[in-house]
Write a protein that binds this ligand. Structure first.
Ligand SMILES: Cc1cc2nc3c(=O)[nH]c(=O)nc-3n(C[C@H](O)[C@H](O)[C@H](O)COP(=O)(O)OP(=O)(O)OC[C@H]3O[C@@H](n4cnc5c(N)ncnc54)[C@H](O)[C@@H]3O)c2cc1C
Length: 292
């Protein structure tokens, strides 16, 4: 990573420094990976009175978390109609409830912990990127209504440009993902979790006691292991790596000359267009991600 490829979130957050693990240890619970998944896991376990250890190869949030759009939403492009078609409405309902639970969890932690991460409630829109996608977006709206999601359909929205109809889910949110994750990490440590950065796991041995070998001859023994590395680093018999492929998205964060409406937006088609607003010191910043 160099100065030109550091994300807006990583550039604008004050980052806490966590030490490198310099000796082998034993723990009940080891978490590998210090993105939003690993940090949330450490935080939740610490709230329950556990004392998890988290190791991160780089700095917290340096992976995907610090390079996302920071949308917290139950809307993941066209998903509910697909789940309903493949697994039925009950299953789609369960999925919607789980996502709503996660959204509420984030809002609640921010409120309770008074986390300064610019959480803003908004409407998250999927817009049809082409004439062909209009029916698909419309159907997603019908399924969302059936699932009692607070949704609206707009036939001819003015923003974003070149759209062919748009579905909006109300009461969604956006955050500064690094400020949010850093705050949870800090709280986890206060409650008894241990975090080590610059500590990379290189080999995992399964068993009643799991053994995780790290760089510099460090070995961690753990009763329970949580792999929160985004990509599998332990394959066991599954050969996950054969299904991985590289993908790159580009993002810009700008103070635009013209005004634009609030809300999060994602296009239904390719290339991906994901848009949101971030407000920093009262100034609006337009973030556009895509061109995968
Ligand atoms: C361009 C883009 C935009 C996105 N936008 C959104 C969005 O707006 N909203 C949303 O909810 N989701 C979004 N996502 C999805 C995103 O991937 C997840 O939401 C989330 O950030 C993933 O977090 P994570 O903790 O699982 O992974 P990561 O943030 O990637 O964390 C994994 C961590 O594990 C560490 N690690 C890996 N291997 C090792 C090892 N061997 N030893 C020690 N540490 C290791 C890495 O360094 C990394 O820090 C987006 C994804 C992309 C690619």
């Amino acid at each position: 990573m160099n100065e030109n490829t550091i994300s807006y979130w990583n550039k604008t957050a004050q980052k806490e420094h966590y030490p490198r693990l310099d000796k082998s240890l034993e723990t009940d619970i080891l978490i590998i990976g210090g993105g939003i998944t690993g940090i949330t896991c450490a935080y939740c376990l610490a709230l329950k009175g556990e004392k998890p250890v988290l190791i991160e190869a780089g700095e917290l949030g340096d992976g995907t978390t610090g390079n996302t759009t920071g949308k917290i939403t139950i809307q993941h492009n066209i998903i509910y109609s697909k789940i309903a078609d493949e697994h039925g409405m009950n299953f789609a309902k369960l999925y919607a409830e789980s996502q709503a639970g996660a959204l509420d969890f984030v809002k609640e932690q921010v409120k309770q912990g008074r986390i300064d991460c610019q959480l803003a409630e908004n409407t998250a829109y999927i817009f049809a990127s082409s004439e062909n996608d209009r029916d698909m977006v419309r159907r997603e709206y019908e399924v969302a209504k059936e699932l009692e999601i607070d949704a609206e359909y707009i036939e001819k929205p003015e923003f974003p440009p070149d759209n062919f109809g748009m579905l909006g889910f109300k009461h969604q949110a956006v955050v500064h993902p690094i400020r949010y994750a850093q705050a949870l990490a800090k709280e986890a440590v206060l409650k008894g979790a241990k975090i080590y950065c610059d500590t990379k796991a290189i080999k995992v041995e399964d068993g009643d006691i799991k053994k995780v070998y790290c760089e510099n001859d460090i070995v961690i023994k753990a009763k329970h292991l949580v792999m929160a590395t985004q990509y599998p680093i332990y394959d066991g018999p599954n050969l996950f790596f054969t299904r991985l492929y590289a993908k790159r998205s580009y993002g810009i964060a700008v103070k635009a000359k013209k005004d634009w409406p609030d809300g999060s937006y994602i296009g239904s088609g390719e290339p991906t267009r994901s848009i949101r607003t971030h407000v920093e010191n009262g100034k609006r910043i337009l973030i556009v991600v895509g061109e995968d």
